[in-house]
Ligand binder design. Structure first.
Ligand SMILES: Nc1ncnc2c1ncn2[C@@H]1O[C@H](COP(=O)(O)OP(=O)(O)OP(=O)(O)O)[C@@H](O)[C@H]1O
Length: 286
């Protein structure tokens, strides 16, 4: 099932970033004028060398990092000017999956997954009332079934492998009932097989739920398989923004070379990609 932007409760692109600059207090300009528009249901892989600004860009989308200038609009919320309450609401709609898997190690897998509903409860008091209800547990078990881990629901999180823990983190994100998922190097700490399993799962749940996925990856072979569109950053600027199947291997590898050594880059403002739509998502990975 794929929800249209209108069904999500907003219209237009799910992400609209214009002229985004982030300068940290130590003077580092991590983002130097980023423009980005993402349509509902797109799978965008963010690429670029270490320090090119990928994490900072993702964090600006929910104001975990406050932009210095420019505008950021996500799921209909003007992130740069939103109140704290609006930001809290936005963060409930945006699931995040990080390289560092922050499960509560001593708690059961099931309890960790139930924690995913904390944001939508509105307050800890409501949440405790919700968790007492059996529907909450049933929903968490369903989420665990979707990630293939219902059989370890009662185990402590610390007893699982890294790949299994990342799948539990995805189940926890599903409990949030997100409209979008931001994944920052979700498989960086996993072996190739576990990494593929986690990426398969992320791809599958975003496809089934009609979610938008923005995923940072360093593994180019995975980017090729799972990315429908790629956005590459270089020194805080968008260096390429194109459909993955239109990118040559040489161009991908060039993202990790010095600027003057790189093959001709496709700049977002020179590149005309067709307005992404759900019908043209089927050609590439999804
Ligand atoms: N809190 C901070 N304070 C100062 N500088 C920062 C901060 N966070 C990031 N930076 C700097 O901003 C630049 C972009 O960092 P960012 O983490 O966004 O890059 P990245 O592309 O995600 O890198 P990586 O692939 O290594 O994760 C880097 O020069 C980094 O050192």
């Amino acid at each position: 099932m794929t929800l249209s932007p209108a069904e999500h409760g907003y219209s237009g692109p799910v992400i609209e970033v214009a002229g985004l600059v982030k300068e940290f207090s130590n003077g580092t300009r991590a983002l130097q004028g980023v423009d980005l528009r993402v349509q509902s249901g797109e799978t965008v892989v963010l690429l670029g060398a270490n320090g090119s600004g990928k994490s900072t860009l993702q964090k600006c989308l929910t104001r975990l990092v406050a932009p210095t200038s420019g505008t950021v609009r996500v799921l209909g919320t003007e992130v740069t000017t939103a109140s704290k309450r609006e930001i809290t609401r936005l963060r409930c709609d945006v699931g995040v999956v990080f390289q560092k898997i922050n499960l509560v190690r001593e708690l059961s897998v099931l309890t960790n997954v139930i924690h995913g509903s904390l944001g939508r409860a509105g307050s800890p008091r409501n949440w405790f009332a919700m968790t007492a209800r059996s529907e909450q547990r049933d929903e968490a078990m369903e989420a665990l079934e979707r990630v293939g881990l219902a059989h370890v629901a009662s185990r402590r999180a610390e007893q699982l492998s890294g790949g299994q823990q990342q799948r539990v983190a995805i189940a926890r994100t599903l409990m949030q009932r997100p409209k979008m998922i931001l994944a920052d190097e979700p498989v960086a700490a996993l072996d190739p097989r576990a990494g593929r399993q986690v990426m398969d799962l992320l791809w599958q749940v975003t496809e089934e739920e009609g979610l938008t996925l923005i995923c940072t990856l360093h593994q180019l072979e995975l980017a090729r398989i799972y990315g429908h569109r790629m956005v590459a950053l270089r020194e805080g600027r968008v260096d390429m923004d194109t459909y993955m199947h239109q990118v040559e291997d040489e161009q991908l590898e060039g993202l990790y070379t010095e600027e003057d050594e790189a093959p001709h880059a496709q700049h977002a403002d020179q590149h005309e990609h067709p307005e992404p739509s759900l019908t043209n998502l089927s050609g590439a990975a999804r």
